[in-house]
Design a protein around this ligand. Sequence first.
Ligand SMILES: *[C@@H]1O[C@H](CO)[C@@H](O)[C@H](O)[C@H]1NC(C)=O
Ligand SMILES: *[C@@H]1O[C@H](CO)[C@@H](O)[C@H](O)[C@H]1NC(C)=O
Ligand SMILES: *[C@@H]1O[C@H](CO)[C@@H](O)[C@H](O)[C@H]1NC(C)=O
Length: 361
Amino acid sequence: MRASADLWLQRPLLLQQLLLQLLLQLQRGEGIYWLGLASRGVPASWNHTQHCKLLHALAPDQQQLCRRNLELMGSVVQAAELTKTACQSSFKDMRWNCSSIQSAPNFSPDLAKGTRESAFVFSLSAAVLSHSIARSCASGSLPGCSCAPAPAEQASADFRWGGCGDNIRYGLQMGSAFSDAPLNSRRSGPPAVRLMHLHNNAVGRQAVLDALETRCKCHGVSGSCSVKTCWKSLLDVGHISAQLKTRYLSATKVVPRQMGSRRQLVPREMDVRPVLENELVYLLSSPDYCSHNAKHGSYGTTDRQCNKTTSGSDSCGLMCCGRGYNTYTEQVEERCNCRYHWCCYVTCKKCQYTVERHICK
Ligand SMILES: *[C@@H]1O[C@H](CO)[C@@H](O)[C@H](O)[C@H]1NC(C)=O
Ligand SMILES: *[C@@H]1O[C@H](CO)[C@@H](O)[C@H](O)[C@H]1NC(C)=O
Ligand SMILES: *[C@@H]1O[C@H](CO)[C@@H](O)[C@H](O)[C@H]1NC(C)=O
């Protein structure tokens, strides 16, 4: 291994990049195989360690975590499901719309390689997993944890800490153990790709930390609020997904570089600066996802619906990549003119509307 690492350094730059490209082609997205847990036949209750073996979507290190923390697996399955819906909902108006996540653990190249899209999905899945565990602690469904301890920051004069906060510390600890486990093994791919995924997982967890807000409840005579209790609660997954989508849009392309004895990822542009801790990074540029290309994991936007009146990413110009669109009219029926009758029912009329739909050529 040492010899090959040294060789790597001595190659001329071009050859080094070719080698890197070749290695990147071999990736299959092992770190997020666990997203496949949702669609597979997972046991209804996790009461037997044999169940861990049945889960082919788990990497070897995750199987060990599964055996030691069976009670966590419910949160893992829930996180896999939430990750898929949040990703698709955040990207429904984009050319790449996250539909390929449904085929987990068999990923197409858009998610199997070190792309910007895989950067988003890794960070989101790491975030959602920590989020799910932190919430499960507070809801009392995990034996190993409960409500978060009172925050270290001083409560002010008008409230005291109380209630039941989401246990973010436990969530981050167990979530990172599980999400990062496959990436700490050499089997899971070349160092540059593992570094990329580990970094993006950490960006996701940082987004969870940033999504903590203080919620309060008033007590006292008829809501006088003479006593106020507050706790730290996590914003929902949709909010975190939206934050990470912003990071996706401004993600940075990086290259691996040897710094002394350590390999690091540094931005590809000339300015020498370290990668920021809230910055998503990727190694391989993506196609524009305009046309079908299975080799690049691009489904193309033919037959996608576009919006004629917006200038956003789902506008017909951007979505259809300049190919133009067909317009169809469709009849939709809705309840309308609803009236409330004392007591206690509502009557509505049925109204028919004609809507125009624009579909990319
Ligand atoms: C495990 O769960 C299954 C299904 O709920 C149940 O039938 C079985 O008795 C449980 N086994 C133990 C050891 O609790
Ligand atoms: C996402 O894109 C795929 C491929 O173009 C398409 O089949 C699917 O209907 C799209 N999903 C949504 C929600 O637009
Ligand atoms: C198109 O975009 C406009 C402006 O953002 C929005 O009001 C409208 O609901 C969208 N139409 C469809 C069909 O999504």
